[in-house]
Design a protein around this ligand. Sequence first.
Ligand code: E4P
Length: 216
Amino acid sequence: MRIFLDTANIEEIKKGLKLGVVSGVTTNPTLVAKEGISDYKSVVQQICALLPEGDVSAEITAEDPAEMLKQAREIAKWAPNVVVKIPATTEGLEIISKLSKEGVRFNMTLCFSVNQALLGALAGAAFVSPFVGRLDDAGHDGMMLINDIVNIYKEYGFETRVIAASIRHPLHCTQAAQTGASIATVPYKVLMQMMNHPLTDSGVARFMADWKSVQK
Ligand code: E4P
């Protein structure tokens, strides 16, 4: 399973990349707004340049279908490694079908059902993003959705990659890996939590204390 960072914060991306385990970034309008970004294109291009071999999802912000189509085409030209993120709506599906034939790579986002994921794959989406945490919040089993989609894609040989999204804690990452998700997109805080363990910290402290006790 690959790890993407779910953020529009350049410093977090730089810090995450230093670890050598991050191979993509996902953003959304909320994350962009949180950073107070006004020049959307320039920030997305900056992120794309930070990981030229990675996949960087930039979400469309237009609401009118004709504008959505136009913006999807524009975003696709921002960088060679940009992925156009588009909601799992009928309008979004039509655009995925149309532009994926022209070579545009899509990440179908806000996916909450197997049927949406099935249609996204049939339309040619490169990635689909089921939102685990938001389903859990609503009293459903978000990870079960990831599991079902992974199995169905495997059964029918779809090449669409499953991105476990709306990840809230390290256990979600473990479970996403166990279900066979291709990618988990995680907030920077969760990436840090994935590596931290109190027994590692206390073990290091003990080793160092013992080592120093015999040094002259
Ligand atoms: C995924 O691509 C989304 O940006 C993200 O995971 C949404 O997470 P949230 O439910 O914590 O907002």
